[in-house]
Design a protein around this ligand. Structure first.
Ligand code: NAD
Length: 462
């Protein structure tokens, strides 16, 4: 067995792992990164954020050209779908980006190992690939991410009944797609296939969609998605899915079963720690399978750290990246920090939904006094000029100090607009601070300024 030595070994080359490896190398650590997949980038790049965004964009364009240009003086003629080409475009995007990660690791002189990494006692990692390699390192970062959760009574065959990976590549547009779970995955991929003509029914256990998102925003989202033709069954618990000769039948507690051509199971994800050898360093996972860490991402074993989806917090690529960077900066310099209160969340539906900080419900529950400013996209001149009048921006600020505690929005480009709110909150801004910043006219960003003015009851265009 080959023996190697590095200062730091990162297990997993997803957004958390590869970013941590690059930053560590920049800081002068002899760094290695292990991944079992030949294509780097993890779930996000290979079968998550990136391919879904390619499909969301392609289907949005298709849908707009087919249905959305009436009244704009653009005649289009027959518009046809070439699904195979659309899927090939998505695969091309993934290929070029994953190649890019390999190039970045090489440029930064990060040693790459292809194979499955596992801990083998303190300071030791074994890579099982084409050859077996044993690596000794004083620091090991576990960045192995997460896998789709399954549902009891539902056996996924990766074809008719599958998870998000399957739903990124259906070879034909399903007649009826049943989506189980109204979270980010269910709504993004449900939207993709709806735009291509599928009938889509979203079955959700809770009495609302998008758990974790501010209630007011989630209610508006549901109204808009319904208008787009998505059907919702709320307070509906799926108890089983039976495969039929053609399609499947979805059993819902206390309701009639649903016949489906395809079923997308999108009921959350769970940390991926299988076969990782955590026991060899005395690390035990919590009741949800997460690796417990301290504020510096150190596990109970000295020199073993964990970041991203395998630890507590939202399962988001950018959260993992921040943690990866903070973790290696701390190892190399003694300093490193993530502000977990300002991690934004974005759902890339149309319109986009974005939020950062506390929701109204959270502030109410904890008894924090707040003022609220809301501004509607329909009162923004740019939104009107481009026919994107659905949505609102809501800013929540402390009643006495005016410090911004949360910003929540739904509307065109919300995923970009939220960046201003994140920066403002990271710098401890008040709503007055945002209101006094000059925003270019005419832009959608003026909705944020106006919402900030509305906190003090003085919006100009409302
Ligand atoms: P989620 O946790 O966001 O939503 C799952 C939903 O399934 C919940 O609303 C839950 O109530 C429902 N559910 C659970 N059991 C059910 C049952 N038996 N019957 C009916 N409904 C049931 O999970 P997700 O959408 O699968 O996403 C997984 C993870 O991936 C999340 O952590 C998410 O943050 C992340 N993700 C993020 C993005 C993004 O940032 N845009 C996109 C995709 C995924």
């Amino acid at each position: 067995m080959e023996q190697k030595q590095h200062d730091l070994v990162v297990i997993g080359a997803g957004p958390g792992g590869y970013v941590a490896a690059i930053r560590a190398a920049q800081l002068g650590l002899d760094t290695a990164c292990i991944d079992k997949e030949p294509r780097l980038g993890g779930t996000c790049l290979r079968v998550g954020c990136i391919p879904s965004k390619a499909l969301l964009d392609s289907t949005e364009r298709y849908h707009e050209i087919k249905h959305g240009l009436a009244g704009r003086g653009i005649k289009t003629g027959d518009v046809e779908l070439d699904l195979a080409a659309m899927l090939a475009h998505k695969d091309g995007v993934v290929e070029s980006l994953t190649d890019g990660i390999a190039g970045l690791l090489e440029k930064n002189q990060v040693t790459r190992y292809e194979g499955t990494g596992r801990l083998d006692g303190p300071g030791k990692v074994v890579v099982e690939g084409a050859d077996e390699v044993t690596i000794s390192a004083s620091h090991v970062i576990v960045a192995t991410g997460s896998v789709s959760s399954s549902l009891p009574g539902v056996e996924m065959d990766g074809d008719v009944i599958g998870d998000s990976t399957t739903a990124l590549g259906y070879p034909e547009v399903p007649g009826h797609l049943v989506v189980i779970g109204a979270g980010y995955i269910g709504l993004e991929l449900g939207s993709v296939w709806r735009r291509l003509g599928a009938e889509v029914t979203v079955v959700e256990y809770l009495d609302r969609i998008l758990p974790g998102t501010d209630h007011e925003i989630a209610r508006e989202a549901q109204k808009l998605f319904k208008r787009q033709g998505l059907k919702f069954m709320l307070k509906a618990r799926v108890t089983g899915v039976r495969k039929q000769e053609q399609g499947a039948v979805v059993e819902v507690e206390g309701k009639d079963p649903l016949a489906a051509d395809r079923v997308l199971v999108a009921v959350g994800r769970k940390p991926y720690t299988e076969g990782l050898g955590l026991d060899t360093v005395g690390v035990t996972v919590d009741e949800r399978g997460r690796i417990p860490v301290d504020e510096h991402f150190q596990t109970t074993a000295e020199g073993v750290y964990a970041i991203g989806d395998v630890i507590a917090g939202p399962m988001l690529a950018h959260k993992a990246e921040e943690e990866g960077v903070a973790c290696v900066e701390r190892i190399a310099t003694g300093w490193g920090h993530v502000d977990h209160d300002t991690i934004p969340g974005v759902c890339y539906t149309d319109p986009e939904i974005a939020g950062v900080g506390k929701t109204e419900k959270q502030l109410e529950d904890e008894g924090t006094p707040y003022r609220k400013g809301v501004f509607f996209f329909r009162a923004n001149s740019r939104a009107r000029a481009i026919d994107r009048i659905d949505g609102r921006v809501k800013i929540l600020a402390h009643e006495q100090t005016d410090r911004v505690l949360g910003v929540h929005m739904i509307g065109a480009d919300a995923g970009h607009l939220i960046a201003e709110a994140v920066a403002a909150m990271a710098f401890g801004a008040s709503s007055e601070d945002i209101a006094r910043v000059c925003h270019a006219h005419p832009t959608l960003s003026e909705t944020v300024k106006e919402a900030a003015l509305a906190v003090d009851g003085r919006p100009i265009h409302a």
